[in-house]
Structures are given as C-alpha cells and as structure tokens.
Design a protein around this ligand. Structure first.
Ligand code: C2E
Ligand code: MG
Ligand code: MG
Length: 618
C-alpha cells in the first residue's frame, strides 16, 4: 500500500481501511452474495473518502459492463450503464476496462470520453469520474471500480490508497464468483452441449411440480429420444455424433417459448418441462415444434449430412402423477409407445398404454417359461402342387398353448419372443419338431419351416439344421426353409453365407411373403433362393383387382425367368384358385385346402398323399 497523506489522521484512516478490508474478506469467506459484499464495500469506501461516490461494475466475457454495486447512485443511472459495451470512449469505466488502465476524467461536461454519456451524469451533479480496472490473477479485466465527485477534480492521495485496496478486494470477490459459476456450470450443465443437465432438470422439475400442484395448473413433461442418432455415430464417427448433438440441442432450445425448460438427460435423451400447459392442444403444439426442430437435416462442416427425428413421450401432472419419479416412468412408457408405433412422433401417456405395457411384460414372463413347460406345438398347413393336384408337403406353423389364453398364433407372441431374446431357443424347438414329424411323412412330401431373421445370423445355424435332420433321419432335400425379406436386410454377408451353407446341405430356400418388402428384386439377384411365396395380400384380390392380378402375373413370370418355383399363399376361394391356375402358379396353400392343424389330423398314407385334393376339383 502506498504512503498516505491524510493530514495527520493516519490512525483512524488506517483503522477504517483495515475494517473495510476485513469486512469484505469476511463476506467473501462467508460466501455472501457478491452484490452484498460489494455494496458494503462501496459504503465503507465512501465513508473513508470524503466526497467520493462509489460504483463497481463487472465486465463479462463478451466485453459488456454489468452493474454490481453503487448504493449512493440512483437506480436509473446504474440501469442505464448496465449492458454497455466497453470501448475507447465509453465514459470512464467503459474506457478503463477497454484500455486496461486507470482513467481520470476531471470534467465530465467537457471530456470527449463522456460525450455520449454526460447527459446521464450531469443532471445528477456528477462532475468528475475516476475509474480503475479490476484485474483477475491471470491479468484479464473483469471489472471497473469508480469514484465519482460532485466537483471537477481528481483523486486525493487517500482516495488512491482506498481504491487500491478496493480494487484488490473486488478482484478476490469477482474471481470467487467466477469459480462458483464454473462449479455451478459443471454441476448443472452438460459439458458437450452446454444445455442444462439431469441435475438441473430434476431441480427445476421439482420446483415446477410443486408450483403446479400449488397453483392447480398442469405441468407437461416431454421426454425426447432421437431416432437414428446411433447410426450417425456408427457411420460418421463420434465427432460427427457430438456435433449432431450440439446442433440438435441448439435447435430444440430455440423451439422453446417462455415457461418451457429444456435439459439434456444424457446420450440422445432430452426433456422439456412445460408449465402451465393450459390445454392439451398447447402440449401437442410444443411436441410438434420439438419434433419439427429435431427433424431438420444436419449438415456437418465436412459436407456430409445426416438426418434424425425425435420420438416423444408426454406425461402430465397432476393427471398422471404428482411425483417426478412417477411422471418420468409414465413419460417413458409413452415414449415407448411412440417408438412402437413407427409413424407417430409423440404420444400422451394414458391408462391403455400402461395396460398394454403390463400385458407385454406378462407375455414376456410367460414366454420365458413356455418352452420348459412344453406349451409350444406345431400345426401344419398343406401345400398343394397345382399341376399334379396333389399334396407337395406342409408348412409348419408355430402355436403356443398359453395357459388362460388358449391357442395363440405367432402374430400374438413372436415379436415379444424376439425382443426377449428367446427366438433362438424357440426356433431350435420348431426345427427339431418339424424334422421329427417330417420324417414320419410319406416321401417325397416336404416340410417348410419359417425362420426368424436373427436365426440366420447365428454363426452355427447351418450346423444346427444339419444336426436336426441327421438326428431325425430326415432328408434335408425334403426340408424347405422360409425366410422373409427382412432377414435379407440384416448383415448381408453373414446371411448370404448361411443361406449358401443351407443349400449346400440340400435344403431349399423359399422367400416368404414376397412383394410386401421393398427391395425384392435386388434380393433375388444376390441371394440363393429356390422358391417365391406370393403374399396373401395379392392373392386375396387377384380375382377382383386388375392391379393385384398384374402383380401376381409379373411375379410368376419373373420367377419362371429366374428358374424359381412359386407358391401362392392364402387361397380361400375357388375363384382365386382358378385365377392362379391360369396364371401358371406352381403351388398353392390356403384355407380353401385346409387351415393349419396338428399333423395327425391329416392321417396320411402313401396313397392319400399322392391322391387328388377334393377341394381343388370342386
Ligand atoms: P407365413 O409364413 O406367411 O404363414 C402363413 C400364415 O397365413 C399363417 O399364419 C397361416 O395360418 C395363415 N394362412 C394360411 N392360409 C390362409 C388363408 O387362406 N387365409 C388367411 N387369412 N390366412 C391364412 P400364422 O400361423 O398365424 O403365422 C403367421 C406368421 O408367423 C407366418 O406367416 C410366419 O411368418 C410366422 N411363423 C409361423 N410359424 C413360425 C415359426 O415357427 N418360426 C418363425 N420364425 N415364424 C413363424
Ligand atoms: Mg411361411
Ligand atoms: Mg407368408
């Protein structure tokens, strides 16, 4: 501290100075709000410096001034300065902060630095202003400390001593404030996107929830998941994934209005709180805004691009719950519902969703036990050769005798089995059972077995088939394996290898539900297939709708060109049958011949198998 000249009053002055320092440091140590500490500092400095009016401003990273404390200046004056950008001629403080040096203006009325601002100061009787920059320990200017005077004058020697002490104290307090802000940012904001994080969300949600309950208003939670973010990460790399998250975060937050709070929960999960959500239409409106914001194409600096879309689940308080945990669970169920229903971008939670979820959960639990409890069985549907009008074989169709639910067909449980990871074991049962029963059939009747896409990805699947036929002494030449196009979409290489192995073994491959997928023709070129099964949806209309007839004719023609056999599925009427006969289809299958039934119902002998099918001649 510099030497002081205060006209023989050193002792009380020094005591006052020390008290001021002590008070400010104690305030910082006690973590009092920085405005409180700064206000007290101003008042004590004014008491020590006769005739001075004190002001403290902070400078943000963008170079803007912010009012911190000036207890003896009118609020209007502080408000007018707040937000000003620092510069080479912005009064005393704006200039001191800009140039990083102390600025002494002894005559505001005539100093060019004050040209634009003297209109604010002069009416208050402020004639002079001396401002000193406040520097952080790394040298950055983080504020400005000013003494105003009512006369045209410069600072006295004691003033300089006081300001020197004050500027140091301000630096300590402001740096402490910066540290607190950094810790707060780390604790409550996501490092990647800068958005509020889960902790922030929970804090905000609890506050908004109790306010909603108190005010009898509705709070909506929108839980958002990005649809194909994983593929962006996988195909374009993690850097692109990070950039995509930042872009989407920016877009989602700019879609918000007042009373809507946004946070990133982690990964590609985001959440928006909306309160008050007066009408359901307002909630739908926000969900649509969010979905639209997330679905804009993302273009990266590298020139590559990606597209994502938002899936949203909405829960409403108090209707769906009044605790955060309950609401999140329900928003999650609604989100699951949105994902399940391919086309929608959002769903509101309702009791039906909960009931469906509970039913699915029970279904999975029951499925896990079904194999061990021998609840699966196979039914068989005859396949008839049209040229010979005789039985060509059977398609094995899985049935589940679920306790309390009767006999279930695959559409009721196959997807759940797939999700629960049970399809491998169930498929193995079907294969084993089909080979066992197939071996009991008169030759050359074949058995067709349906495969799930995931079975073909099993590296040892061809071996499993080989073992099943060998164990049951069933000729693999009488085994046909039916796959759908979705199987061909997965991992091309592995599927292709598996199909080739199966054909080498002697089994034939049929492409099931042909025409319902979307890239059928290219599949026929790439994958080894022996037969096309024309989907029931074309067959149903074949005798009534020219377009369906044209599709069926084209499929049969194409198959013939490629040397493949055709089977039409789902023949129910004689008229359909006649049409397929005239189009030259090789085989048919359908309720007209028989519904799928247990094999023993057909009571086959060599002779009956070779005989004409009565339904076909009707
Ligand atoms: P898919 O392979 O196309 O089997 C034909 C389905 O059409 C069977 O339904 C059959 O009962 C039904 N169907 C046959 N003829 C007619 C008809 O004239 N009219 C009508 N309306 N329907 C007819 P199901 O048994 O419910 O099987 C549905 C699907 O489940 C099958 O379609 C197949 O993709 C799958 N699936 C069946 N069994 C298995 C299996 O063991 N493993 C696997 N992975 N999938 C299976
Ligand atoms: Mg089939
Ligand atoms: Mg089919």
């Amino acid at each position: 501290m510099s030497d002081i000249d205060c006209g023989g009053c050193e002792k009380p002055f020094m005591l006052g100075l020390r008290a001021m320092q002590h008070d400010a440091l104690e305030g910082v140590a006690r973590d009092l709000p920085v405005q409180t500490v700064m206000n007290r500092l101003c008042l004590q400095a004014e008491r020590l410096a006769a005739g001075a009016i004190c002001s403290i401003l902070s400078v943000d990273a963008m170079g803007r001034l912010h009012h911190l404390a000036s207890p003896s200046l009118p609020e209007d004056y502080s408000a007018a300065i707040d937000g000003l950008e620092i510069g080479p001629a912005v009064g005393s403080c704006g200039t001191a902060a800009y140039l990083g040096k102390s600025i002494e203006v002894t005559d505001i009325a005539n100093d060019p630095l004050w040209t634009e601002f003297k209109g604010l100061a002069l009416p208050l009787g402020l004639r002079a202003c001396w401002s000193t920059p406040i520097r952080a320990s790394d040298g950055r200017v983080i504020g400005a400390f000013a003494f105003y005077y009512h006369s045209c004058r410069g600072p006295s020697a004691p003033d300089r001593t006081i300001v020197e002490a004050c500027v140091n104290l301000c630096a300590i307090a402001l740096e402490q404030e910066e540290r607190k802000a950094r810790i707060h940012r780390l604790a409550y904001f996501d490092a990647l996107t800068g958005a509020p994080n889960r902790a922030s969300f929970e804090r905000q949600a609890r506050a908004m929830l109790s306010a909603a309950v108190r005010d009898n208003s509705v709070l909506a939670i929108h839980w958002i998941n990005l649809d194909n973010f994983k593929s962006v990460n996988d195909t374009l790399g993690h850097q692109a994934g990070d950039a995509a998250l930042r872009i989407v975060t920016q877009r989602l937050s700019s879609a918000l209005r007042a009373n809507e709070f946004f946070a990133r929960l982690g990964g590609d999960e985001f959440v928006v709180l909306q309160c008050p959500a007066k009408r359901d239409e307002d909630i739908e409106d926000l969900a649509r805004r969010l979905a639209a914001a997330a679905s804009e194409p993302i273009v990266f600096g590298s020139g590559s691009s990606a597209s994502t879309s938002a899936r949203i689940g909405v829960a409403r308080a108090p209707r769906d719950g009044v605790t955060l945990a309950e609401l999140m669970k329900k928003a999650d169920l609604a989100l699951y519902e949105t994902k399940r229903n391919g086309r929608r971008s959002f769903s509101f939670f309702d009791e039906e969703i909960e009931a469906r979820f509970a039913a699915r959960w029970l279904l999975e639990k029951d499925l896990e036990q079904a194999l061990a409890r021998n609840e699966f069985e196979l039914h068989f549907q005859p396949i008839v050769d049209l040229a010979k009008t005789e039985l060509a074989g059977f398609e094995a169709l899985l049935r589940w005798r679920r306790p309390g639910h009767g006999l279930l067909t695959p559409p009721h449980f196959l997807e759940a089995a797939e999700k629960a990871g049970l399809i491998g074991e169930i498929g193995a049962f079907v294969l084993e059972e089909a080979c066992k029963l197939g071996a009991s059939l008169p030759k050359p009747l074949r058995i067709a077995v349906n495969l799930s896409p995931t079975q073909l990805l099993e590296p040892s699947f061809a071996l499993q088939v080989a073992k099943a036929v060998l164990k049951n002494s069933f000729s693999p030449r009488r085994l046909e394996l039916e796959i759908t196009e979705s199987a061909l979409l997965l991992e091309n290489g592995a599927t292709l290898a598996c199909l080739s192995d199966l054909r080498r073994l002697g089994a034939s491959i049929a492409l099931d539900d042909f025409g319902t997928g979307f890239s059928a023709l290219s599949h026929l070129r790439v994958f080894p297939v022996d037969r096309i099964k024309i989907d029931r949806s074309f067959v149903q209309e074949v005798d009534r709708d020219n377009k369906s007839a044209a599709v069926v004719r084209a499929i049969i023609g194409l198959a013939r060109e490629l040397g493949l056999k055709t089977t039409a599925e789902g023949i129910e009427t004689h008229s359909q049958l006649r049409m397929l006969q005239s189009l030259g289809c090789d085989e048919i299958q359908g309720y007209l011949v028989s519904r799928p039934k247990p094999l023993q119902v057909f009571r086959l002998t060599e002779r009956s198998a070779a005989g004409a099918f009565p339904a076909l001649s009707a």
